[in-house]
Design a protein around this ligand. Structure first.
Ligand code: AN7
Length: 344
């Protein structure tokens, strides 16, 4: 299966003549969710399941382009700060390209599967006694002083790759949806979606979607209009207090006639559970889009009836199994015991 560079090369601003560093990312499923849609009114609801990318998150779309560009510039090393998914993705694509990879993680704040992925792919994992935002500051400064390439979403090639999800959605639906809801952390992804939808509208005409960006209440810098020094949320992927692409994201939301809102952790966890009960296990941050739609509809701030809505589920639940396994029952290997247990 071709990766996103091969599929969309003519739409991407990338250096010419380099072989893509790819793991066949993209081409993720768009899944219809009629039962969840009924909570939102007469809505056509789809989930874009980015957890089915090679390292389990949407970051792979931006990493194939960022690492390909780094190789074309002759880089031998890359660095990123990460709440986890960027680290796992950078580590995998750097390994694929044979580059040294350094990842800076906020100590004790990264989900176990993401940490394990970064180690397993052979990255040099450095934990910083501080926040993600401080780790990003360090990575930025080091990349300015050395030839190590920064592959956070400040790197424009990251957005070039991530915008391809917008292309895929419009391709699947035959047009852009009315609304796109997605989580906001460092705010690169919402910026990339807006780039993608705008590029398509410029080239082919057609309507633009409205964007609903969703932060967690304890990390709601863009909603509150201030840097959050000690961001908190169960959704560790978006525990970010000073989004690097915050202004671009606010502009994207405004230009799209959408908005950026915040939802409390319990709403994120409810949405995560309800998605899981429809067969999709996403990590907490990835449920923020659905949580945001629900809270706007419930508060009467959004009427979605007759609308086509896409929720972006950005990462797989498997890498962030923070939900403790529920109670199980231990039995002897006897059929009678099993039948009694199941009331059969
Ligand atoms: C699952 O990995 O910032 O708003 O360092 O992992 O583009 O930052 C992750 C972010 C949403 C937010 N969903 O996207 C990182 C990191 C998941 C994520 C986001 C992240 P941006």
């Amino acid at each position: 299966m071709p990766g996103i560079i091969e599929r969309f090369r003519s739409y991407l601003d990338l250096p010419d003549g380099v072989d893509p560093v790819t793991l066949s990312e993209g081409s993720t499923p768009l899944i219809s969710m009629p039962r969840l849609a009924s909570d939102l009114g007469a809505v056509e609801l789809h989930i874009k399941f980015e957890g089915s990318n090679p390292t389990g998150s949407f970051k792979d779309r931006g990493m194939t382009t960022a690492i390909t560009a780094a190789v074309s510039r002759g880089a031998s090393a890359v660095i990123c700060a990460s709440t986890g998914n960027t680290a796992a993705s950078a580590a995998a694509y750097a390994a694929r390209a044979g580059l040294r990879c350094v990842v800076l993680l906020p100590h004790g704040k990264v989900a176990s599967g993401k940490l394990a992925a970064a180690y397993t792919h052979g990255a040099e994992v450095v934990e910083v006694e501080g926040s993600y935002d401080e780790a990003l500051g360090l990575a930025r400064r080091l990349s300015e002083r050395t030839s190590i390439n920064l592959v956070n979403s400040l790197n424009p090639y990251r957005l070039e790759g991530q915008k391809t999800a917008a292309f895929e959605i419009s391709e699947s639906l035959g047009a852009a949806p009315d609304w796109v809801a997605l989580p906001v952390g460092n705010a690169g992804n919402i910026s990339a979606y807006w780039m993608g939808f705008r590029q398509l509208a410029d080239l082919q005409g057609g309507d633009l979607p409205r964007l609903l960006g969703v932060q967690a209440s304890g990390s709601a810098s863009l909603v509150e209009g201030r840097v959050i020094d000690h961001p908190e949320t169960v959704a560790s992927a978006i525990r970010i207090g000073n989004p690097a692409r915050g202004e671009q994201a606010l502009r994207a939301a405004e230009e799209s006639s959408g908005r950026i809102i915040a939802v409390p952790d319990h709403a994120i966890l409810d949405a995560q559970r309800d998605l899981a009960h429809q067969g999709l296990w996403v990590e907490p941050a990835s449920a923020a889009g659905l949580a945001g739609l629900r809270s706007e509809v419930e508060a009467g701030r959004l009427d979605l009836s007759g609308q086509r809505v896409v929720c972006i589920c950005t990462g797989h639940g498997l890498k962030d199994p923070h939900v403790p396994a529920g109670p199980t029952t231990l039995i002897q290997p006897r059929l009678q015991d099993l039948e009694e247990l199941l009331n059969l």
